[in-house]
Design a protein around this ligand. Structure first.
Ligand SMILES: Nc1ncnc2c1ncn2[C@@H]1O[C@H](COP(=O)(O)OP(=O)(O)O)[C@@H](O)[C@H]1O
Ligand SMILES: [Mg+2]
Length: 166
């Protein structure tokens, strides 16, 4: 899906360069984008999807099975592929095995973790094991800044407002 914005996209050259570098690399890649509300996380990732295609999913405060159901639906709508897995990690493993470089954005990721607290550690396990070895997939998790302190597993780039003042 492509998004047309009235306000032109500005001043994220440095961030896009990092994302392009990851996109150009092989193997599985997880990029965590975090920052305060309204700092531009969603816009950055949607612009990236406009360029490369991929799945964009925004989580909300739902129970985990429903999040998985919605995510599967988003995958189907964008890729025409209906995942069989009933868990986000399983589905990412499926997508990583598809062959092409699939971009997957999970926005408001904090809601997914609230609904399924075991997810970060299971995702980490899968990255170290299965995902590292299979095909290629680039996954973005965008979450709000306050969560950074509560999530020591996050090693990603923060999106700061100051970056826009060049
Ligand atoms: N680089 C940018 N250039 C122009 N407008 C932007 C840019 N980044 C964000 N915006 C605009 O600012 C608003 C907030 O951005 P958004 O991506 O929703 O923030 P977040 O997801 O971090 O809460 C949106 O209206 C968005 O279109
Ligand atoms: Mg957002």
């Amino acid at each position: 899906m492509s998004y047309a914005y009235r306000v032109p996209f500005i001043d994220r050259g440095a961030e896009l360069k990092v994302l392009e570098r990851e996109y150009g690399a092989s193997g599985f890649s997880l990029v965590v984008v975090y920052g305060r509300r309204r700092v531009g996380k969603t816009r950055l990732l949607r612009e990236f999807i406009n360029q490369h295609g991929g799945v964009y999913y925004v989580a909300s405060e739902l129970m985990y099975p429903q999040i998985v159901q919605e995510f599967s639906r988003a995958v189907y709508d964008s890729l025409g592929y209906l995942p069989r897995g009933r868990d986000l990690v399983e589905i990412l493993e499926e997508l990583a095995g598809l062959g092409s470089r699939t971009v997957v954005v999970i926005d408001e990721f904090q809601y997914v973790i609230e609904a399924e607290p075991s997810l970060p550690s299971r995702l980490q396990c899968s990255i170290d094991g299965v995902l590292k070895g299979v095909g290629s997939c680039m996954c973005f998790a965008a979450l709000q800044y306050r969560f950074r302190e509560e999530a020591p597993w996050v090693q990603g780039a923060s999106l700061r407002k100051e970056n826009r003042h060049h």
